[in-house]
Design a protein around this ligand. Sequence first.
Ligand code: UDP
Ligand code: MN
Length: 318
Amino acid sequence: MSIWTNLRITLLKWNDRLNFVEKFIIFILLVTFLFPLTLPNSYHFGYVEIQPPKLLCPHKQFDLHKNAYGYFNNSEQLAAVNNGGQYSNHCDSKHKQRVAIIVPFRNRTEHLKIFLQHMHSFLIKQNQIDYQIFIIEQADDKPFNRANLLNIGFQESIGLDHKIDCFIFHDVDILPMNIEQTYSCTKLPKHLCSYLDKFRFVLIYPTLFGGAITISAEQFRQVNGYSNLYSGWGGEDDDFYQRVQHQFGLIERYPSDVARCIMIKHGHDGPSNVERQKLLADVLGRMSIDGLSTLNQTYVRKSIESYPLYTKIRAELN
Ligand code: UDP
Ligand code: MN
């Protein structure tokens, strides 16, 4: 008797012995364990892991200096930054991206100083993109509204430079450690700095989409930007993940040895948003009526000021 005939007989015997419920449980177990094997290695729940784009012409003539905390501050590179925090690289690429780095801000002057030195040193060493750093300051005493400020940064920076095609939304207290973590837009919206020293370089949950992300201008418009309604700490990044997941299916991340960042230590600054669970219950219902489409009603621009390492936009929220 061949092995196949044997197998058939065994299966038929089991078929008789098991009742419907037992068969159903075995089916579910098989699907649960075998289905993941059919997916590519790079697929994880909620995101896809991609290799960072190769740096086309990183600056070879200098190394990054790290201080005792791991912060970069290469003074000779900082001299290459144009007024307003703008840098154009001399790489001869047709696909060079024009990037706005948007940083939500209030009352974190110590962090800002470290951030600007570190970020300019890092990005000029990578020499991959044309970029400008925009600090979006909430100029009032209301609870901090990070997502509202990010939307304002999008609208105001595009108003100043129509050619911006890629956005990096970035907290002021997060600093990339590896030069291999390429800061540019890729195919899908992407989470940067997924692996923070604060959490011992562990991804705390698979759909995490806060801290630092990249997204093209067009993709940002397609999801109507961030929600403007998350006043106080928390929730806005999970809302945004749902918008992006709904529109594009997945987000991207770099591998865990690449996407490593330092988070400057700090305490909690303001109140948590106690309404966030309520808002998160109906993200998609609100997506088209809360975001870039309603942004103009939410703020008054107070000023735009150019400093050597950044452009500051101050806004009062309504
Ligand atoms: N932020 C700020 N001032 C504040 C609160 C927040 O500038 O009072 C900005 C800052 O860029 C910060 C980001 O919003 O990195 C996220 O806030 P926070 O660091 O408090 O969030 P957590 O790291 O606890 O998630
Ligand atoms: Mn923080």
